[in-house]
Design a protein around this ligand. Sequence first.
Ligand code: PEP
Ligand code: MN
Length: 376
Amino acid sequence: MILILNENTDPASKSYRELMAHLSKLPNIESRVHNVQGAERMLTEIYLIGHTQALTVEDMRNLPCVERVVKVSEEYRILGRHKDENRPTGFDFNGVRFSQDTLHVFAGLCAVDNRENVETMMRALKANKQVCTRMGAYKPRTNPYSFQGHGKKCLPYVFELAGEYGIKVIAMEITHESHVGEITEALHETGNPTGVMLQIGTRNTQNFELLKSVGRQREYPVLIKRGFGITLDESLNAAEYLASEGNGRVIFGLRGMKTSHGDPHRNFVDFSHVPVIKRLTRMPVCIDPSHSVGSRALAPDGILDVFHVTAQGVAAGANMVLVDFHPAPAKALVDGPQALLLSELSHFLEDVAIAREAYVKRLALARQHRQSQQAA
Ligand code: PEP
Ligand code: MN
């Protein structure tokens, strides 16, 4: 059960203290307070966990400070979309709004290799009016002898350059909880020139201790990738781990499933699940066409498969596109074969805009048909 408190409820107020005192006396029920800072207001939600069957919505609604009560199902309690609820989706981070209604492209380097390539990438992003990017500093690699990423060494120049080129959010994978501290330290040392969205990669989707520690910090939002060999339900529960520890600013990433049935793509493209994630949860949905397709394969119509699957995901309502670019893919230290060229960036963005426009038109068409059916 979730109690949604009146806007801007003051935790020092008498009524709030009365509410908390009442909740603390409920037998076998634990309450967890989540503060959600919106653009203009602070929303406080109290999650009641445990033996909530004994509580009624009416009784809870009559408690001081309570505006609304949502009875949640067992599934994905915090991030899930429950019956008859219309709580907002999304959050603001460093001046950028992420929700199930917005769309942002995170084009960038799969792995940071050197300062020059980071700068070239960021210059291209700025020229194309982009404020988000991806930059891999910690790389989980199959082969222990492969390049593992420059780690904390590259963070200062990545952050400085981001600030210089107006980048507001960098998606950056972490593979260990200590990386969060390294990121915070480097941001601090460089004067907080940008924001970081922590990325949990597909190999760590069920690294529960990592999920718990990333869930406990509230500073950075998290992009969690779907596990490539587990069920969707298992991956959504992994996302819920983050929220259950306190961090509800979570984006869910589709990046293809590992199976030979997806051949010749690197992974079986799963962007048909964009609307499924939106129906089951309130998370914005990210698609990663690069790790899904894994190559620069070109269709006979002259369009790269990476472009095609991106358009499919965006036309279905995706909210974020994480995509690999590189100034010289042949020299990239990780995933060069799937990287797009900087000369393709404006083409890619225009193609995304066409697909987004198609989605917006599809929404309007669906609304129009619903209304005419209701009127009939
Ligand atoms: C990545 O985005 O760099 C990455 C490694 O992705 P995934 O975890 O989906 O393989
Ligand atoms: Mn990669």
